[in-house]
Design a protein around this ligand. Structure first.
Ligand code: SAH
Length: 235
């Protein structure tokens, strides 16, 4: 079956579950993540399988980790926070910008009905798609492309999550939201940003800011143009 139920069954029951349970209790619950669905997804999805073997031992540590091509897999807490702010309903259609390793994509696939995910760098998109397929995640489509322009073909989305930092909320991502839908994105400078939510209402957008964060830059037509050097220590 091509849905979240299939993904949930495929991802359950691996040997690192105890470490994941501690991650959820000590890093997420202890710091205020409350959404039971988000906590359940973070308990189930095997983060270690999205990392190269030499980093597997750090998979459930309280930190971001390096990924291919100078990118990062975000700290578990910030991933959980973004998922919570995205308020994903079962069956929801979700757009993700910045697939990276595919870890957050797998979480979204667990929570949502279907996920469309865009990654700028082809080798990362291919690696993520292969990992998701190997795990039996079927309610996801990954494509190489510029996520600052969204993915018009499958719009509107109930939630849009950007896992890379934009100088402003990209217009296309706002336009592709359903009414009542929400964009969650780090917005600000190259070195530090604020996590923002933009909820689409009948007559405009309601914007909220949720604290400082630090992501790799969103590079695209409606974002940063070059490969700005953000320095080390990303979230
Ligand atoms: N959430 C991911 C980490 C994402 S890191 C994980 O769980 O592993 C941010 C990703 O955004 C990087 O892989 C980077 O290549 C990608 N990215 C940057 N600009 C982009 C753009 N315009 N469109 C799509 N992806 C982009």
């Amino acid at each position: 079956m091509n849905d979240a139920g299939h993904t949930r069954r495929a991802l359950s029951g691996d040997a690192q579950a105890a470490a994941r349970g501690r991650m959820v209790d000590e890093q997420l619950v202890a710091r205020g993540i409350r959404d039971p669905q988000v906590l359940a997804a973070m308990r189930e999805v095997p983060r270690h399988l999205f990392l190269p073997p030499e980093l597997e031992a750090l998979a459930y540590a309280d930190r971001a980790l390096p990924a291919e091509a100078g990118q990062t897999i975000s700290q578990p807490w910030i991933v959980a926070r973004m998922l919570e702010l995205a308020s994903i309903a079962p069956g929801a259609r979700v757009l993700e910008v910045g697939t990276g390793t595919g870890y957050q994509t797998a979480l979204l696939a667990w929570l949502a009905g279907h996920v469309w995910s865009l990654e700028r760098l082809e080798p990362l998109a291919a690696g993520a798609a292969a990992r998701l397929a190997a795990l039996g995640v079927t309610n996801v489509r990954v494509r190489t492309g510029d996520g600052s322009l969204g993915w018009q073909e499958f719009a509107p989305y109930a939630s849009v999550l950007a896992a890379a930092a934009a100088p402003h909320a990209p217009r296309a991502l706002l336009d592709q939201l359903d009414e009542g839908g929400v964009l969650v994105a780090p917005v600000g400078g190259v070195r530090s940003q604020r996590l923002e939510t933009w909820r689409r209402e009948r007559d405009g957008f309601r914007t909220e800011r949720h604290g400082e964060c630090r992501f790799v830059p969103l590079i695209g037509r409606d974002a940063w143009s070059g490969d700005p050097d953000p320095g080390p220590e990303q979230q």
